[in-house]
Design a protein around this ligand. Structure first.
Ligand code: SF4
Ligand code: SF4
Length: 274
């Protein structure tokens, strides 16, 4: 039986909507050239390629210019939420509120990621007994994210995040019980460049690991937990991640897959893989 079962497309709310955003990620965040952005940039300073209409002037060239950081970044829908909370005002039209907007964006991004994980819990049938709890968290966050910038800034993300992490840990225990575990890496976190090619890695714990440039080609990754792992340049060609858990769009965008890579249905296959 499949681990994920989808009742509806509950993930639409996380799709980025750059057309309805004031270029928040390209302005609010710190970027470095080393990480695949055009240049080193301080947080709060607009990227030199952001035009007057908040569009990326080199959007069509991001791939040919190897702007991997720009191509992989995904705000989980935080950009359009924050832009809409401020209505007609944006960081350019009201520079005195710019820093506040950037702070709200950073916090909203974190909360959207938590929402994403909670929404995935609702698709994981081994965690069925946690669905009610996950639904309550989702409801609380939906109300908050429709309230006001002030409410978001004052929200106690630390306590909420801690509660959310406990729920995700419990989910993981239930998934593991269902799929078993083919390899135990104990507490190992550094898999940079490691070659796992063609391995059966069912139920492996990759939480918060460094999988940068690791080779997961042709691996069976059913029930693997990728929460917070760094997957920049991870080779997932011909790999089966369709039943992996807690993968985000940003991780998938940063990895190297192909047409045969299988990914969970709630994620979008990056166009570069085609
Ligand atoms: S913050 Fe999100 S919606 Fe806004 S430009 Fe960046 S990716 Fe697009
Ligand atoms: S190059 Fe384009 S996508 Fe990348 S940070 Fe600058 S404006 Fe944003």
């Amino acid at each position: 039986m499949e681990l994920h079962q989808y009742k509806n497309d509950g993930f639409k709310e996380f799709r980025i909507g750059c057309h309805a955003c004031s270029g928040l990620c390209c302005t609010a965040l710190y970027f470095s050239k080393y990480d695949g952005f055009p240049a080193d940039k301080e947080a709060g300073v607009p990227c030199r390629n952001l035009d007057d209409c908040f569009r990326c002037s080199i959007h069509k060239e991001l791939h040919s210019k190897s702007m991997k950081g720009c191509l992989a970044y995904d705000c989980c829908g935080a950009g359009q939420i924050v832009t809409s909370l401020y209505g007609e005002v944006n960081w350019k039209s009201d520079p005195y509120r710019a820093q506040e907007m950037f702070d709200v964006f950073v916090k909203t991004f974190y909360l959207q990621q938590l929402l994403w994980y909670m929404s995935e819990v609702l698709t994981l049938w081994p965690a069925k007994e946690l669905w009610e709890e996950a639904e309550a968290c989702i409801k609380e966050l939906h109300v908050l994210l429709k309230s006001s910038p002030r409410d978001i800034l004052e929200f106690d993300t630390e306590s909420f995040g801690a509660k959310g992490n406990v729920l995700l840990d419990k989910t993981w225990i239930m998934v593991k019980k269902q799929v078993g575990n083919s390899k135990n890496f104990a507490k190992k976190k550094d898999f940079m460049g490691h070659n796992f090619k063609k391995s059966k890695l069912i139920g492996c714990d990759f939480r918060s690991t460094f999988l940068i440039a690791a080779n997961l080609e042709e691996c069976d990754l059913k029930g693997c937990n990728f929460l917070g792992s760094d997957m920049r340049d991870t080779n997932i060609k011909n790999a089966d991640l369709s039943e992996s858990i807690f993968l985000t769009q940003g991780q998938i965008n940063a990895a190297r897959g192909n047409l045969n890579t299988r990914i969970p249905k709630h994620l979008i296959r990056p166009s570069e893989w085609l």
